[in-house]
Write a protein that binds this ligand. Structure first.
Ligand code: AMP
Length: 507
């Protein structure tokens, strides 16, 4: 019986005696061992009464077992709902309730905190820890090591990933087998993955980047992964001689650059570095190339759409851009108000259509209708511009747009100017309520951690005065040691806006 995602990604592991996962301590898990784990976990899910189409929520630490759980869900047709270990019991309550998950899998240390959630939502609570122990593991140990996969079609749901929305309720993006498989296929081709590749995997696997972009691409092409619980520059540098590729968020690259051990020799075995999930500063791109000789390949995607665009593997990788649409993916730029298509070179809303685009938000028909057009284009909420070579650059999220005195300011334009000043490491520009202007442009600047002269906001202001229109110039420049970021390296502008909300309008 067909199950396209299982047949393509997981079934080939069954007869593979070579290592599939290489762990930090040198231990290895062969393809066949992993496939047996997938089978036992899949049989355990069936033993719990889960049927194709049911949802499985899992708030567990990253481990080979956690990856096998995803494979098991695919095998038995259960919709996989991975959850960030950082979520509170209240948040897990929302996801479990909203998704109607019938099973909630948690780390044993969270079991007490989550017991009330399970009781309220009627989900069965089982445990699995990072070492592969817990009540679910015990149940799985008694299951057969072979499994007959559930019959699934392209349009059946494979996963429900909740967006990390900072405003309003988090929404469950419904991803089908075809959404995931088509994206793995196009990425593997585009980035030339093959069975000899060893991917340094240090991303979390509750998110589209680590779970789908990284793992599915390797699974599809028969390579191996150095599977680490989290990122550390020292571990990355220790393991790079065993790896050929790495996928990371921009902070991986800035932190690697902070380490003097990052040299051409250290990356001699690597063929590809990919970055995404947040903007990679052009400066980071250049610094990485100067130090290592590698041009980081930046790509762009999101939970709802998987990956949309990528800099070319063989062609020009342009710093500060997210490259060209992937094969089969259409990208257009539209007027955020009218929805009309805009001419090339004009910034506007990025809309995306293709086999990668999700089916809608779980049980939120209004939100789905507002963001997914009848003609199949998804309104991403990202503002971007396409240049005359077809390269897409992201200017910012629409919700981060600053409207000051009735005029629009795209934060990225101001951020880039400030970033280019000597002694500036990075910048976040936000809009803060202002009695005269509605919103005022405010820049939060992180200085380089050097011994040089301290940054002077007034002097910085003077340096950009002639470069951008007055209404775009910050009304305040604040210095900070670091910007608040989430686990995917995204700057939390909502947190900055909340913190600085009363800057010009004190109570
Ligand atoms: P998520 O759904 O958590 O993957 O977040 C998706 C969002 O991350 C996108 O809508 C973009 O705003 C942002 N993003 C992803 N990749 C990039 C990139 N290469 N450059 C800039 N922003 C990015």
């Amino acid at each position: 019986m067909p199950n396209p995602l299982y047949d393509t990604l997981f079934a080939p592991l069954t007869d593979r005696d070579s290592p599939f996962l290489l762990l930090a301590d040198g231990a290895q898990i062969t393809g066949a061992e992993f496939a047996r784990m997938v089978a036992q976990f899949g049989n355990a899910l069936r033993a719990l009464g889960l049927m194709p189409g049911d949802r499985l929520a899992a708030q567990i630490e990253k481990s080979p077992q956690a990856l096998a759980l995803y494979g098991a869900a695919v095998a038995v047709g259960v919709v996989y709902l991975p959850l960030n270990p950082a979520y509170t019991a209240d948040e897990i309550g929302y996801f479990t309730q909203d998704s109607g998950a019938r099973v909630l899998l948690a780390d044993p240390i969270r079991a007490d905190a989550l017991a009330p959630v399970a009781k309220q939502t009627g989900a069965q609570l089982l445990t699995l820890d990072a070492a592969g122990q817990g009540s679910f593991a015990t149940l799985a140990a008694d299951q057969p090591t072979q499994l007959i996969p559930a019959s699934r079609s392209d349009d059946d749901l494979a996963a429900l990933l909740y967006t990390s929305g900072t405003t309003g309720r988090s929404k469950g993006a419904m991803l089908t087998q075809k959404n995931l498989l088509s994206n793995a296929q196009v990425l593997a081709r585009e980035w030339q993955f093959n069975a000899d590749d060893v991917l340094l995997h240090m991303l979390p696997i509750f998110h589209t980047h680590g779970l789908f972009v990284a793992s599915n691409t390797v699974l599809l092409t028969g390579g191996a992964m150095l599977f680490l619980p989290s990122f550390s520059p020292a571990e990355a540098l220790r393991l790079m001689p065993l790896a050929t590729t790495m996928m990371g968020v921009p902070t991986f690259y800035t932190r690697l650059l902070d380490d003097a051990q990052l040299t051409r020799d250290a990356v001699a075995h690597m063929r590809l570095f990919v970055s995404g999930s947040a903007p990679l500063l052009a400066e980071t791109h250049t610094a990485f190339e100067t130090r290592t000789g590698h041009r980081v390949l930046e790509r762009y995607g999101m939970t709802e759409t998987n990956m949309n665009s990528s800099n070319p593997y063989a062609g020009a990788r342009r710093a500060g851009t997210v490259g060209l649409p992937l094969a089969g993916v259409e990208i257009i730029i539209t007027d955020p108000n009218s929805g009309e298509k805009l001419p090339q070179g004009t910034p506007g809303m990025i809309e995306v259509r293709g086999p990668n685009v999700f089916q809608g938000y779980w049980q939120m028909p209004d939100k789905t209708a507002a963001e997914l057009r009848d003609n199949g284009f998804f309104i991403t909420g990202d503002i971007g511009v396409i240049d005359d070579q077809g390269y897409l650059s992201i200017v910012g999220r629409q919700k981060d747009l600053v409207i000051t005195g009735g005029l629009n300011v795209y934060p990225k334009e101001v951020e880039e100017l400030l970033d280019a000043l000597p002694g500036v490491r990075e910048t976040a520009v936000i809009g803060v309520p202002h009695p005269d202007f509605g919103e005022a442009v405010v820049a939060i600047v992180v200085p380089e951690p050097t011994q040089g002269p301290a940054l002077d906001p007034d002097a910085m202001m003077a340096q950009i005065r002639d470069k951008i229109a007055r209404f775009k110039q910050p009304k305040a420049i604040l210095l900070r040691e670091a910007l608040p970021r989430n686990t995917m390296g995204k700057v939390q502008k909502a947190a900055l806006r909340a913190e600085l909300g009363a800057l010009f309008t004190p109570n």
